[in-house]
Design a protein around this ligand. Structure first.
Ligand code: ATP
Ligand code: MG
Length: 385
């Protein structure tokens, strides 16, 4: 896909601007705090309708303004004009696709086919499980039909069930939500399990290609037992059991877990089992045992795993949506050693042939695509071609 035009209005410090992007992309160069990440955040907002930095819509609105608007034109197999706006006072978000503003956000997702690489991605490896669940949720919402619906059903059921538990509202009021919780939770669990089963090999190949050694595995650590007995929290070797049980089986197991945890749920006033407690585990495979990268990995190994995860995301977009993703690279390779960053560049050159929009503090940091990539500069939010 190619982002050909972007209209910005009061998004962060970017003011009012209209940009035309070359089909091969551009390198945006500017000092710290000029708005480089803001620009990529604006672009990715049109893909996912939220900030990739996890900022709220209010924070994205220019200080002292109440409303921001974005509009982007995408060319490629499925051309589209995607627009979004947010009104801070009314707390209202509007989206439109090709001028149709009656589309729901869930229907407007994923028109760009973009992937962001950012130095903050290392938090996906270092940080808590919530960040990894968020990664899975965004990825699957954008690439797997029906996931958004299942996820919002699950969130609703979980919030209502927890509210009833907390309020001591009685078994009837709590268990009224079990049907939706199990139904939607099983769909969420199955989609996550399937993605990991399908992509774990790709992830490991990317890690090895970047590091030149250390096979690193990615495995799904579901809260619900998927492997028949036990399952939850068992220390896997990282070798994924390729067979993902069907939704019926997951539903049965979820029901059984809810029965088992009923006493604990009542005592603690919160639902203690389900996919809101899932995790993804990255581990350095060794003969003796698998060492979690999160606790045993070096800085370079963690950054490598994070990059491999984003490359795996790009591969998912290619195969699920059949498009070459737009790469948004936010000064992403700054901290890798020379050999690793060369290997990443080589992988990106080979595998990601689509548009690249990258940011860098200095000209000499632009190492992808060489001089053929157009150079723009950014200063205090103003971009100059
Ligand atoms: P670095 O190289 O350090 O990563 P950057 O160029 O990526 O810098 P950004 O994070 O894109 O910088 O932009 C930071 C600037 O944006 C800061 O000056 C900040 O004050 C400004 N900014 C952030 N949010 C808003 C907002 N809502 N309204 C106006 N300005 C904002
Ligand atoms: Mg930045």
């Amino acid at each position: 896909m190619v982002l050909s035009e972007l209209e910005l209005r009061h998004f962060r410090n970017l003011g009012i601007q209209e940009l035309r992007f070359p089909p091969e992309g551009v390198a945006v160069i500017g000092e710290n705090a000029q708005g480089k990440t803001n620009l990529l955040e604006a672009i990715y907002y049109l893909e996912s309708f939220r900030s990739f930095r996890g900022a709220g819509d209010g924070e994205l609105t220019e200080f002292a303004k109440d409303v921001f608007h974005l509009r982007g034109s995408v060319q490629g197999d499925r051309p589209a004009t995607v627009a979004a706006g947010f009104d801070r006072k009314r707390k209202r978000k509007r989206v439109s696709v090709d001028g149709n503003d009656s589309v729901r956000i869930s229907e407007a997702l994923g028109h760009l086919g973009a992937v962001v690489f950012s130095p903050a991605d290392v938090d996906l490896v270092n940080g808590g499980p919530r960040l990894r669940r968020r990664f899975l949720d965004i990825l699957l919402s954008l690439n797997v039909g029906g996931y958004v619906g299942a996820l919002s059903g699950y969130r609703k059921a979980l919030a209502q069930r927890n509210a009833a538990l907390k309020a001591d509202a009685g078994a009837m009021a709590v268990r009224a939500w079990d049907g939706l919780l199990v139904e939607s939770g099983a769909r969420v669990t199955r989609a996550r399990a399937e993605w990991v089963a399908e992509r774990a090999g790709t992830f490991t190949r990317y890690c090895s290609a970047i590091s030149g050694r250390d096979p690193v595995t990615m495995s799904y650590r579901p809260d619900l037992p998927l492997r028949g007995s036990g399952g939850a929290n068992d220390e896997g070797t990282g070798a994924e059991d390729a067979s993902v049980p069907g939704e019926d089986t997951i539903r049965e197991r979820f029901h059984a877990r809810l029965e088992e945890s009923w006493g604990t749920d009542l005592r603690r006033g919160v639902t203690t089992c389900g996919p809101h407690r899932d995790d993804l585990v990255f581990a350095i495979a060794s003969k003796q045992r698998a060492l979690p990268v999160r606790t045993f990995g070096s800085g370079g190994q963690r950054r490598t795993a994070a990059l491999a995860l984003r490359l795996t995301e790009a591969a998912t977009i290619r195969s699920q949506r059949g498009v070459d993703p737009i790469l948004l690279l936010d000064d992403a390779f700054a901290e890798l050693d020379e050999r690793r960053s060369e290997r990443v560049m080589a992988l990106l050159q080979d595998e990601c042939t689509g548009q690249v929009i990258l940011t860098a503090p200095k000209e000499s940091d632009v190492r992808l695509r060489g001089p053929s990539l157009a150079r723009w500069s950014i200063r205090e939010g103003t971009i100059e071609a």
